[in-house]
Design a protein around this ligand. Sequence first.
Ligand SMILES: C[S@@+](CC[C@H](N)C(=O)[O-])C[C@H]1O[C@@H](n2cnc3c(N)ncnc32)[C@H](O)[C@@H]1O
Length: 261
Amino acid sequence: MSARKGWNIISRSYQEKTRISIADVHYGPISPGESELKLLGDVKGKDVLELGCGGGQNTIVLAKWGARSVGVDISEEQIKYARKLAQENNVDVSFYTGNMEDLSMFTQESFDLALSSCALGYSQDLKQVFDEVLRVLRKGGFFVFCVVHPIAYRGRKVRYGNRRMWGLGNYFDRRRRTWTWKINGKTATFYGHHRTFQDYFNPLVSAGFVAERILEPEPYPLHRMTEAERQKIPYFEEGYSKDYDVWRRIPYTLLFKARKP
Ligand SMILES: C[S@@+](CC[C@H](N)C(=O)[O-])C[C@H]1O[C@@H](n2cnc3c(N)ncnc32)[C@H](O)[C@@H]1O
């Protein structure tokens, strides 16, 4: 099932089940957001593009912070949700339905900043995404993106020979697999690309970006937080709290800040 089809099926359930802030840019589940990590700089008056914008929450936040912001997502249902959310919040943003591997609707050097949160993992051709983002960014512009960390979902009880212990599965196994997401009664099957750290870093640099920072943020200390404090987490879903014993040991988010020279 393509990412487009899968996300069209689960969009509504995902948006119902997940609490995504429209007050702070998020970098994945239970991870600190932009207000803490400060990777984007002042976005006021800047042209900003979000790739795989989903329900548009980050695109909306950027507009609220003064950017001219544009979101692109491959799923019509996600874009429909994003447009409605922007309208309800009286925020002026543009949303496009499209594939992040083909940004031909934008001329070269039309953005100061590009952002993507938890979406590049779905792309089939990462190098093509980086080439396209480089093309549409102005010189000196930044590309800030987070992906699901290559060891996330690999930290589980694992059998090594005769022993079962905490650890990783096979980090080097890049075979394309399908995985199924069941969420609030909806089921979608996706092709999964397991990519290692170098699989993200090398095409980024060979596209022409200069990698400035790499971050593996520690999640919020959920076990010490009050409900009121949890409400302020930029991206929250109850499952991460149930499995917190794993998620406090395994980084969920891998973040890159790269610059077009
Ligand atoms: C986990 S969601 C993240 C959405 C949003 N960034 C957020 O954090 O809520 C992944 C999103 O990537 C989108 N997506 C997947 N493949 C894509 C592609 N090739 N081009 C554009 N969007 C894509 C999906 O439709 C989905 O909305």
